[in-house]
Structure formats: structure tokens, C-alpha cells
Write a protein that binds this ligand. Sequence first.
Ligand SMILES: Cc1cc2nc3c(=O)[nH]c(=O)nc-3n(C[C@H](O)[C@H](O)[C@H](O)COP(=O)(O)OP(=O)(O)OC[C@H]3O[C@@H](n4cnc5c(N)ncnc54)[C@H](O)[C@@H]3O)c2cc1C
Length: 382
Amino acid sequence: MAANPPLIIVGGGLAGCLAALCLAQRRPDIPLLLLESGTSFGGNHTWSFFDSDVPPAARDLIAALNPVRWPRHRVRFPGRERELAMAYNSVDSSALNALVKAQLPEGSWRLNAAVHALEPDAVVLLGGERIAALGVIDARGPDGPMPGLELGWQKFVGIEFAAAAPEPDCPMVMDATVPQIDGYRFVYVLPFTAERVLVEDTYYSDDPALDVAVVADRVRELARERGLIGPELRQETGVLPILIGGDPAQFWPDNDPIARLGLRGGFFHATTGYSFNLALRLAVSLAERNEAFDGKALAAWTRGQFVRHWQDMRFFRVLNRMLFGAAEADQRYRIFEHFYRLAPGLIARFYAGTPKGTDRMRILSGRPPVPIGAAIKALLRR
Ligand SMILES: Cc1cc2nc3c(=O)[nH]c(=O)nc-3n(C[C@H](O)[C@H](O)[C@H](O)COP(=O)(O)OP(=O)(O)OC[C@H]3O[C@@H](n4cnc5c(N)ncnc54)[C@H](O)[C@@H]3O)c2cc1C
């Protein structure tokens, strides 16, 4: 008798790997196949997140990824400097790669397997091989410009240096005391060990174009200014979407027969472009659901999650309109400076994408850090 066809996840990046790991752990009865076009799972990333981004049901999974964890972090602006007792973590993609290989059953993953075509119950690889599936999930990451979405961008270049960290126990998550060019600019410094530090130069910009060589030179300069002198170990770049508005039905039509996860499905935090927390929450929910795992059911379930996420992000889209539309580019930092007056619990809920009603009121209260007329216009636009 032929074996049951597997649930196929296309794309072994962050979302695809977390979903596969949760399914393998909680639903060993469902045969799985994780297909990744690259030579390793997860690409070349570090993923950072707060303790408060991790749902209790995913704590074991995160512990198995052995994150670097700092019990506190700092932010700095021209008019405010603060140390927050909110733990910050960072996971390296090589840890995800190792965990997938260790925890997924033999035969349930393949590298160098580029998928050419996806159907609800089959995939076709670039070489022509066709694999029948119980269901198919598209987790191939972003596909160029996201159709129907109005976006700003968070773009950055980071370099990891073998250098002595000035403050090995406290990352600097936002230092906006640098010249403000190309929108809201800040420096991000993660001391992975006392001798290994990531320095990133980040821009909230209207324009996704990133001149990597120019920004990499700025990173070297920033590192020198901070006394970080040492060989370069690794470089990473990113251009992440920041959601301002758009038409969700154009981005993901409701008759689309293929399920999606990760950035391919618009599952990112509208204001940070980050997706670690959402990928984790969806991976847990997927593995805990009791309904069928065929292609049609998965497409309906994942699209339903997207519609809910779109609604949850409405408040963040309003804030983004203020950030990109109401403030002059070199004054955008004031919005974050103003935000960081708030209590750590509220800040944690903001980054987790789960602010309470009172949090929303507090975020918007006080004298707006942008011209009042422009702020009202941003608030009223739908
Ligand atoms: C450098 C960088 C740093 C980031 N840092 C953070 C962070 O600190 N915290 C955070 O929350 N977010 C961060 N992000 C944002 C976001 O979380 C990541 O982009 C995340 O990796 C997105 O997850 P994903 O699974 O949707 O896509 P990806 O992780 O990009 O995974 C998609 C995978 O699909 C594979 N693939 C593509 N096409 C095919 C195909 N045809 N067949 C088979 N496989 C295919 C790709 O090779 C890739 O491995 C960062 C992004 C970047 C680029």
C-alpha cells in the first residue's frame, strides 16, 4: 500500500522551520516534508525578540534554539536615554538549521530542493519531480513587492566584529543620537559575547533602495567610534516591509487555494517588519488545531489568520502613517523618543503586537511629537 502523502512546507526559512518543528513535536501522526531551495535552513540571519514575544507553549522550542539572552536592554535618543528591564534574545540561523536536522524525522526534509510550482495537493520541483501532498503550505518568504500593500521600509546593514564589547551584558536596541539621514536612523548593537559584537545601521525610509557598500562603511565608522576594533566576521542586510495601508484582498485573494505562512502571508509586525513572534504563534496554533490538514482546509485557515492579523494591525498602520506621513524625515525619531516614555509592560505588548485598549490610548496621549494637523490627518485616514 502507498504511504500517506506528506504535508509539504515549501521554504525552510524562519516560518517554515518553526511550523515544521511544532508539527513534528505535537502531531507526529502527520507525515511532513520540508523543502528548502538553499544549502541550509534559515539562511544567514540573526533573529531577535523579547521574552514577552514567546508564547508559553513555545518556550521549550525556543530554549532548544539556545538563544543569547540579555536580561535588559537600552535605548537612546537626543532627549531621552533609558535602560529597560525587558529581556532581549537573539537566535542564530545556524541553530535553527541544526535543530531542524536533529528533530525532524529522517526523510522529512530536503535541502537544495527548489520548488517550481505549488498546487493545493502537490508540488513540482525545478528539475521536474512531482510530489503528491496531503496539503501544501507556501512559506517561501517575500516575493518582491507585496501586491496591494502600501509600504514604508526598515532597511539595514549589520556587521559582526570580533571585538571587545563595551557593555557585554546590555544590548543597545535603538541609538538615535546619530545624524538622521534617509528617514528615522538608529544604531543597534548586540554584544553576542564579550568578544563578538553585531553593529547595525538602520533606516526607516520611504525608499527600499539600500546601498550596501555605503551603509557598510557607515557601520565600520560607527563601530570605530564605539571603540569596536577587530576583524569582521559576518555581514547581514535586510529591507523589511513596514505596513502603511492597502487592500488585503489584493495581497491575498480569498479564492487563493494555497496556504501561506511567514512573510509570504503578510505575517509581520506592521511597525517593525519583524516576524519572529508571529511565526512562533502561528506554528503553535497550526500544530494545535483539530481540523483537517488537506490543502483546502489549510488555505482557508491560514487566510483566516491573515484577515485577523490585518485587523489586529490597524492601530499600527495608523502609527505608521504618522511616522511616514506626519513627521519630516529628520524628525521621525521624535515619535519613538516619545513612545519610550511609556511603561515596560506596555512597550512589551506593543512589540508583541498585542496592545490593550488602554495601551493604545496611552500611546496616543500627550502632546504629539509631530505637527498636530498632520497627526490628526494620519489618525483619520482609513
Ligand atoms: C538580515 C535580517 C535580519 C532580521 N532580523 C529579524 C529579527 O531580529 N527579528 C525578527 O522578528 N525579524 C527579523 N527579520 C525579519 C523576518 O523575521 C525575517 O525576514 C524572517 O526570516 C522571515 O521569515 P520567512 O519564513 O517568512 O522567510 P525566510 O526566512 O526568508 O524563509 C523563506 C525560505 O524559503 C526559501 N525559498 C524561497 N523560494 C523557494 C522555492 N522556490 N523553493 C524552496 N524554498 C524556497 C528561501 O531560501 C528561504 O529559506 C530579519 C530579516 C532579515 C533579512
